[in-house]
Every structure is written in structure tokens, then in C-alpha cells.
Design a protein around this ligand. Structure first.
Ligand code: ZN
Length: 370
């Protein structure tokens, strides 16, 4: 820009600002108008020379790569499976494009794909044929998760199997604990949750992941695992699990909608941050090996604070609603799916998560490969 051009530019900016202040919005100015304003204006805009130029390190792609602080790796992602009884079943979940309820034989096919993509782990959710008031399907040795675990470990011994340890999918009322007179009982639920964890470990699960939010369940599970010879099986605790609206699509997937009330008497209030840190501290004291924050995106502050507080690995659950919003916007052509997914997962990682459970895992792994 020449000095004359620069002056005209400043005046033009002034003119636009002026019309904004008068509430007229941005208005086209003619060259003549600009000249008039220029005459009327006495503004002198000093030329600034920055002392430090941050753009230097952004000038070329190799430089940007060299100074990049956060990297995504396929091994950091856990890919969830929703399992049903039967053979040859692969039912799309309408609110979660690309994700299915599937029988064990179909799951094994997808697991092969997962392994080829370089993902290191899967998370198993079971949808039993029958639900009851004792969550029998959760802890029975012929439960769907137990059977799927045995098949996975037989076919893919190096693929880590993370077992979701909860009761809601197996209870006729859809809550995560035993219900009496409309109340979700804490202490009686612990025994059945611990029984579930032990049966999952016995089936070959590599990591036990309790998601129920009952008080004391990490201690109960740790003691039960140790008492049954599973002292080497780690616990990934859903420590700060919020009562979130973002679980909607998951409930379709796992058929675990509560039949009365909601989960606010055990899951956390989204407004609370300090309480999340207390939950994390308690789970660590009770023996958790990995702590989790769920959901991920509205709770990056919690992930970041947890990162400052503990040296344990931190997991974040990029939940169904977070996935579905991205998929819906991408399907409408409103966002660039690949770019947005990589940005969101980078953000969760940058906040401090070492591990991310995400339905995007397969896509991300294939993008990282190419
Ligand atoms: Zn549950």
C-alpha cells in the first residue's frame, strides 16, 4: 500500500464505523463519499511495527509441524461397541450415523477393521435379551459382554477390551443401581456392581470401567477383583460423570432410558466443578488407575483442572450427543467433518486427556494413516 492508499483505507474504516454507530449497518461508500469524508477527517493513524512476530513460526507447513504441541495417536482412542444377542445382526442406530447394535459375529468383523486401523482398544456395552430387577445379564457368565469379551480375546489377543461396568442396560427400570420404593439404593448396588466387574475380568476384560456413579464403587470393585485373583486388572473410573443432555443418542443405542425419573440423584450437576475434583480425588483414594471426565467438550475445564491435580492417566468420553451433532451438521454440509472432528479431539487432548472414548475413532485412525 502506498501512503495515499493507506490514508484512504483508514478513512474508509472510519466511515464504516461511523455508519455502524448511527445504526445504519455497513454501507457501500462511493469514491466520491470517501473523498468527502477524507476531506472532513483529520485522523492520523500511526503505523505500528510489532516487536515480536508470532507469524514467523506459522509461515510454512513444516515449521507449523515442528512446533505443534498436541498430536493425536490411534492408540489413545477407545472405540465403543453395542452388542446384542443373535447372529448376523447389524442394526443402524438412527441418531448415530455409522454406529450399530450388532451381534458378536458382526462385532468380530468390525474388530478386525479396528485392529487394522491401529486402534488399540474397544469398549463393550451389552443390550441383553431380558432385563430384570437384579441386572442378571450384567454379571452372568453367559452375559452378552462376557461372551463378547471371550470371543474378542480369542481372536484378537492384543486388542484391549474395556468392559463398561454398569447395571442400567440390564435393569428393567433402566437405572444404574437397585431400586426400592422409587429410590436408587447405593450400598446394596455395590455388591452387584462388584460382581459384574469380577465376571467381566474372569471373561478376560483388560480394563474394568464402572460408569454407575454409586459412592464407594471403586473400593468395592478393587476389593472384589483382588479377592478373586484379578489384582492386576486396572480400573478406569467414570469419576466425574455429569447428568448430561448429551447422552440422548446413547440411550437409543443401549436401550437404557430410565423408566422413571432421571439420573440426577447419582450423576453430577453440570454446574459443579469443585465437586468433580472431589469425585476424582475419592476415586483415586479408592484405587482407580485411570480417572474419567464425561462428557468431554462442555467439561474441558474439568479435564484441565484434573490434569493439574493428578498424575494418573485421564480419560475423556466424547459422548453420543457430541458425535451426533457433528454428524448432523456434516450431513447438511454445514461443517467440514474431518477438520471439525480433528479439531475437537485435539482440543480434548490439549485440555489434558490422555485417552478419548469416541465414536469417531475409526474415522480418525484412517485420517491419521493418510
Ligand atoms: Zn448406568
Amino acid at each position: 500500500m502506498t501512503a495515499a492508499e493507506s490514508d484512504i483505507f483508514s478513512v474508509y474504516t472510519y466511515k464504516i464505523r461511523d455508519s455502524y454507530e448511527k445504526g445504519q449497518g455497513m454501507k457501500e461508500t462511493t469514491t466520491k463519499e470517501r473523498a468527502q469524508v477524507q476531506k472532513a477527517s483529520e485522523f492520523q493513524i500511526p503505523r505500528v511495527t510489532p516487536d515480536m512476530r508470532m507469524r514467523r513460526l506459522r509461515s510454512k507447513a513444516p515449521l507449523r509441524s515442528m512446533v505443534r504441541e498436541t498430536h493425536l495417536r490411534p492408540e489413545q482412542f477407545i472405540y465403543p461397541f453395542f452388542l446384542v444377542e443373535g447372529q448376523g445382526i447389524k442394526t443402524p442406530i438412527s441418531s448415530m450415523p455409522g454406529i450399530h447394535q450388532q451381534s458378536i459375529d458382526e462385532m468380530l468383523r468390525e474388530a478386525e477393521e479396528v485392529v487394522k486401523l491401529g486402534l488399540g482398544s474397544v469398549l463393550l456395552f451389552g443390550i441383553p435379551k431380558d432385563k430384570d430387577s437384579q441386572a442378571t445379564g450384567a454379571w452372568h457368565e453367559e452375559g452378552i459382554v462376557q461372551k463378547a469379551t471371550r470371543e474378542l480375546k480369542k481372536n484378537f489377543p492384543d486388542l484391549l477390551v474395556v468392559a463398561d461396568t454398569c447395571l442400567c442396560e440390564y435393569m428393567d427400570h433402566g437405572h444404574c443401581g437397585i431400586v426400592h420404593n422409587g429410590n436408587i439404593l447405593n450400598d446394596p448396588s455395590l455388591e452387584i456392581i462388584a460382581r459384574t466387574a469380577v465376571s467381566q475380568a474372569a471373561a478376560g476384560a483388560d480394563i474394568i470401567a464402572p460408569s454407575d456413579m454409586m459412592d464407594g464403587r471403586i473400593a468395592a470393585i478393587r476389593q472384589a477383583l483382588d479377592a478373586n485373583g484379578f489384582e492386576n486388572i486396572p480400573i478406569m473410573a467414570y469419576s466425574a460423570k455429569y447428568a448430561s443432555g448429551l447422552y440422548g443418542p446413547f440411550r437409543e443405542a443401549a436401550e437404557s432410558t430410565p423408566q422413571f425419573g432421571d439420573r440426577s440423584s447419582y450423576q453430577m450437576d453440570p454446574a459443579n466443578g469443585r465437586e468433580a475434583l472431589r469425585e476424582i480425588e475419592l476415586d483415586i483414594a479408592e484405587g482407580a488407575d485411570i480417572v474419567m471426565v464425561k462428557p468431554a467438550l462442555p467439561y474441558l475445564d474439568i479435564i484441565s483442572q484434573a490434569r493439574q491435580m493428578t498424575k494418573l492417566p485421564i480419560a475423556a468420553y466424547n459422548v453420543s450427543g457430541e458425535y451426533s451433532m457433528v454428524k448432523a451438521a456434516a450431513a447438511n454440509g454445514w461443517i467440514d467433518e474431518k477438520r471439525v472432528v480433528l479439531e475437537l479431539l485435539t482440543g480434548i487432548t490439549r485440555a489434558g486427556a490422555d485417552i478419548i472414548i469416541t465414536y469417531h475413532a475409526k474415522d480418525v485412525a484412517s485420517w491419521l494413516k493418510n
